[in-house]
Design a protein around this ligand. Sequence first.
Ligand code: NI
Length: 257
Amino acid sequence: MRHPDWGDERNLETFGRDFGPHGHEYTLDIAFDGPISPDDGMIVNISDLKPLLKTALEPLDGQFLDVGHPQFATQRPTAENIALLLWQTLPHSVASGTLRRLRLQESRRVRVEITPHTMKTSRTYEFAAAHRLFAPQLSDEENFGRFDKCSNAAGHGHNYNLEVTVAGAPDAQTGFIILPQKLDAIVDAEIYARFDHKHLNVDCPEFRDLIPTSENLAKVIFEILSARLKNDGFELAKIGLHETQKNYFEVEAGDLQ
Ligand code: NI
């Protein structure tokens, strides 16, 4: 990933380790909606879709995109720009189906989503924290009745997975909605500094009068990140919080109004 008008130093500063040649195994996910055709009982027949996908994907597959595809002579091959190219290349109407959503997964941590009216990028982070589910107005016995072992007096821990989704258009120069290093630095300053390797009940003033369930943690994280990103000129669309493999919580913009 390289901006041709910039020197190596500025490229390295902007794109970090994405600056040098490297590869991804991208996964494309597209969704159509529409009426079910009475002829074949389908919205879109996969046989109709396959050649269209082949036409869209073949020029990208196995290429060194910076030099191997004309689109990226002038644009950076970020997941945002690749997703936009696919959104423009793929037909939006196939049989009785209309293209409603395109997702491009670049890596386990990075995904871009396009719908007719929005574009979003998501990055995933992990942090560890301890908590005790405990309502101060209840007795220890009542707390154990309600929260069971989650009310263990010394607490217990989770490795939380946090997915941060930012909405917007890619920057014309960098090709990113938000530079990865920028979002990493914000999550570092606002989330890791507050909560990573902390006991939420003991160390974190946010939970002095708030039970640190993942509902409340998700709400607190959304409010902190939303305010910080807004201050920096970005729009937080959603956060998703995996407490365990079984338990997931999310807050979308508008949910807390
Ligand atoms: Ni827990």
